[in-house]
Each structure stands twice: as structure tokens, then as C-alpha cells.
Design a protein around this ligand. Structure first.
Ligand SMILES: NC(=O)c1ccc[n+]([C@@H]2O[C@H](COP(=O)([O-])OP(=O)(O)OC[C@H]3O[C@@H](n4cnc5c(N)ncnc54)[C@H](OP(=O)(O)O)[C@@H]3O)[C@@H](O)[C@H]2O)c1
Length: 222
């Protein structure tokens, strides 16, 4: 089984970015080099890194290890119809990216992604990416740890499927004030509401003026 960690930056008002359509990269302005290096070390400790297609469309992230020593994790993006901008950084920087699409993804879209020399496309799921099947595929390739950096819908799906074994939150000390900015979790189309799950705080520290908290599932004695 894959060990899945979510790693997110959250504002005081629980937002993943400063406004709708804004990039989470705007939050980088509110912390310093120590936290950035620690954050990139976390990436280097994992075999794979995942964001949803929405984050690629809004943030155009690189998802590489740049502010710490270490190897880049394999980048994995679930994009059911393959709808990723073809000029996205992670499709063009010469480093491997695995894009997971579903059976309904148009052949021409898949072909355009496959034309990128370091992009692999796998079909996984009927009408949207089946995350359990995708994780099983990654496991069969030797991937044992994965860090999921968001956004709201991907995180919701991972919690819905009870796949997450560790939550890391960087508490960015700002209030976005934007009621419609994305929150930590958002149910996408077809997703069911989450039921209560309890977590225990296993570590907490301050880096570059930002609180970092780490949670593991609470095992309730039965
Ligand atoms: N603060 C942070 O730590 C942080 C980190 C990352 C992102 N963000 C923010 O999060 C926001 C983006 O969140 P988002 O919810 O729009 O996008 P998202 O969670 O990154 O991506 C969701 C998309 O992934 C695709 N997908 C395919 N299979 C899926 C599945 N089984 N479950 C869930 N998604 C699946 C779907 O797009 P298709 O329909 O195209 O398949 C879905 O709409 C942005 O504002 C970004 O800045 C913040």
C-alpha cells in the first residue's frame, strides 16, 4: 500500500489561495527560506508527488526539488479528460510526468500529451480517474510514498477514499478574506460528503514564522 501524505498551505481563514482563480504560489510571499527548504526536503523524501488537474491549470507548478538537496519525485497528475494546458511547465521541462486520464479522454488529447518526450499517459478509470487503480499502478512500479499537494478536489477524493495516512499543514499567518477562495477540501462532481474522521497531532513546530502541524489518524481503541 502507498503511504500518502497531504501537504498544504492554509491561511488563517482556512483557504488554499487568496482568491478564486488565484495561484497558491501567492502564499509563498508570506514565508521565508527556512520553510521553503524544509518543504522541498519533504518532496525529496517521497517517491511521487501529485496535484489535481485544477492545480496545474491555475498554478502551473513545477513540483520539483529546488530549495533542498535531493531527487525529484515522479510527478503524477489525474486529469480525467486530459485537459491540461500543453504549455504547462511540468509537461515541458524535460523531467518525467505521469498523466492519468480516464477511458473517455479523447484520443487526440492523449496523443498530444504523449507527444511530449517525458510525459507518460495512462488510462485509469471509466468516466474519471480511479485513484485506487492509479495508486495500485504506482505501487506496481515501486512507488511506496506519495505527497499530495492539492488542490481542494483532489484532497477531498483522497480523504473520501480514506487513502491519507499523514496530513501536513503550513499555517500561513494571513487572512485571505475572500469568501469564495478554495478551502482545504471541496467535493467535486459525484463525490460524496466526508464523514467525521479524527486525527491526532503528532508534531508541531514554527519555521520562518509559520506554524507547521503534522497529523496521523487517531486509532480509537475498540
Ligand atoms: N495552498 C496549497 O497548499 C495549494 C496546493 C495546491 C493547490 N492549491 C489551490 O487549489 C486550487 C485548485 O483546486 P481544485 O479543487 O480546483 O483542483 P485540484 O484538486 O488540483 O484538481 C481537481 C481536478 O483533478 C481532476 N481529477 C481527476 N480525477 C480526479 C479524482 N478522482 N478526484 C479529484 N479530482 C480528479 C479533475 O479535473 P478534470 O475534470 O480535468 O479531470 C478535478 O477537477 C487552486 O486555487 C490552487 O491554487 C493550493
Amino acid at each position: 500500500m502507498l503511504e500518502i501524505t497531504t501537504l498544504s498551505e492554509l491561511t488563517i481563514d482556512g483557504k488554499l489561495s487568496l482568491g478564486p482563480g488565484a495561484s497558491s504560489k501567492d502564499l509563498f510571499a508570506f514565508y521565508g527560506d527556512d520553510l521553503r527548504a524544509w518543504f522541498h526536503e519533504q518532496r525529496a523524501l517521497h517517491d511521487a508527488i501529485m496535484v489535481g488537474a485544477g492545480t496545474v491549470r491555475s498554478d502551473d507548478p513545477e513540483l520539483t526539488v529546488r530549495y533542498a538537496e535531493g531527487r525529484d519525485p515522479l510527478r503524477v497528475v489525474p486529469a480525467s479528460m486530459g485537459a491540461l494546458p500543453l504549455d504547462s511547465r511540468l509537461l515541458n521541462d524535460g523531467r518525467p510526468t505521469l498523466v492519468a486520464v480516464c477511458d473517455l479522454a479523447p484520443d487526440e488529447v492523449v496523443a498530444a500529451l504523449r507527444a511530449k518526450p517525458t510525459v507518460e499517459v495512462v488510462r485509469c478509470g471509466e468516466d474519471r480517474v480511479d485513484l485506487a487503480a492509479l495508486m495500485a499502478l504506482l505501487h506496481s512500479r515501486g512507488i511506496r510514498t506519495l505527497i499530495a499537494e492539492g488542490g481542494s478536489r483532489l484532497l477531498h477524493s483522497l480523504f473520501e477514499a480514506q487513502m491519507v495516512s499523514r496530513i501536513v499543514i503550513k499555517h500561513i499567518p494571513v487572512i485571505s478574506g475572500a469568501a469564495d477562495a478554495p478551502t482545504f477540501l471541496r467535493a467535486g462532481d459525484g463525490a460524496s460528503a466526508l464523514s467525521l474522521s479524527r486525527w491526532r497531532l503528532t508534531d508541531w513546530f514554527i519555521k520562518s514564522g509559520v506554524g507547521v502541524s503534522v497529523y496521523r489518524p487517531l486509532q480509537v481503541a475498540g
